[in-house]
Ligand binder design. Structure first.
Ligand SMILES: NC(=O)c1ccc[n+]([C@@H]2O[C@H](COP(=O)([O-])OP(=O)(O)OC[C@H]3O[C@@H](n4cnc5c(N)ncnc54)[C@H](OP(=O)(O)O)[C@@H]3O)[C@@H](O)[C@H]2O)c1
Length: 318
């Protein structure tokens, strides 16, 4: 079967299409014939080599979510799974493939009227957005700023904050056209990447998907008792001395937190995703798919991600 691996760390051209034996589901696993693969921002970060310190090596197959149909089951798995349409979290990688064997506890059955494409656009990003907001914690009536809102996690955070009763949902983005699209999804104020623009004077919660050198400048935008949650590092790690900047705001009693979905137990993640899939079928959440591309075009997908032209999710189809 076809798969895509990171042959060499660096630019998108380091991705290569390879041929692998079709996996056989082990005990407790199902085999999924993949129809849609979500391309996440984290895939490009891993491909760049920036996460080598976290154990990612050349030869890694990126992709942490797929959707498709179960075609076989391993020992101990109910054969009733065969033929079911499912979404699956594949872990730290392994998703850029035609078929994959996944432990049955990582599956979610798809509602009848949710496509595989919609499922991978909503799945991991919606789950990260949900628990990122909860980590703040965000409560109805509070104001929220989503930094880096045009990516798949940001788009879901905007929708969930609006749906959760935020008094204001401001976003940072690089163009007014993106700002208009974010307004359609629930944003009330559109700022530029530096945070300049017509927004509230301060925010109760900032969800930061960007981080990087500019992150500490956003502490000044938090209200007293405000909370910043960093869920992504699209612009790299913050400066090493960001804690000094936070301490300079001591009298505002601000909180800073990093959030990784790795800290959320698997059943809780699946429950959140199942609720979001159901909400999407009722029209309460929207999946935003930038483009569908064949698996062989993974290099192009990553180039588009690196060039910053993606609004929402690119989805690969085997
Ligand atoms: N916490 C978790 O559990 C978890 C799980 C999965 C992934 N992640 C992390 O989430 C991140 C990817 O999220 P994503 O796919 O939603 O993001 P993304 O699409 O890669 O980027 C989000 C947006 O950030 C803006 N941006 C890019 N570079 C910027 C810069 N230098 N300064 C300011 N804004 C910039 C861009 O929008 P504009 O051009 O409109 O400004 C972009 O659309 C990765 O860091 C990944 O590691 C975290």
């Amino acid at each position: 079967m076809r798969a895509v691996e990171i042959r060499t760390f660096g630019g998108p051209d380091g991705l290569a299409v390879i041929d692998l034996p079709s996996p056989v589901p082990a005990a407790g696993e199902v085999l999924i014939s993949v129809e849609a693969i979500g391309v996440g921002g984290v895939d490009t970060v891993i491909r760049s080599g920036a996460l080598a310190g976290f154990g990612f090596r050349e030869g890694h197959i990126p992709g942490n979510e797929v959707a498709g149909t179960v075609t076989a089951v391993g020992d101990g798995v109910d054969p009733a799974w065969i033929g079911r349409r499912v979404w699956a979290f594949t872990g730290e990688g392994g998703g850029y493939v035609e078929r994959t064997a996944v432990p049955v506890e990582k599956l979610l059955s798809l509602p009848e009227n949710l496509s595989a494409t919609d499922a991978v656009a909503l799945g991991t990003s919606g789950m990260v957005a949900h628990f990122g907001l909860a980590h703040a914690p965000f409560e109805a009536g509070e104001s929220v700023l989503v930094r880096g809102a045009a990516g798949s996690i940001g788009i879901m955070t905007v929708q969930l904050a609006a749906r959760g009763g935020a008094s204001a949902v401001a976003v940072t983005t690089s163009s007014s056209e993106r700002g208009d699209r974010l307004r359609e999804l629930g944003a009330t104020h559109v700022l530029d990447r530096s945070g300049a623009g017509d927004g509230p004077a301060g925010y109760d919660v900032i969800v930061d998907i960007v981080s990087g050198v500019d992150m500490p400048s956003f502490f000044d935008r938090l209200n007293p008792n405000g909370r910043m949650v960093v869920v992504g590092v699209v612009a790299g790690m913050p400066p090493a001395d960001f804690g000094a900047k936070l301490m300079a705001t001591f009298r505002k009693s601000l909180s800073f937190a990093a959030f990784s979905a790795d800290s959320i137990p698997e059943p809780d993640r699946r429950k959140a995703s199942a609720e979001q899939f159901a909400a999407a079928t009722r029209g309460e959440l929207r999946s935003v798919v930038h483009e569908l591309l064949p698996l062989e075009k993974a290099v192009l997908a990553h180039r588009k991600m690196d060039d910053g032209e993606v609004f929402g999710r690119i989805v690969l189809t085997p």
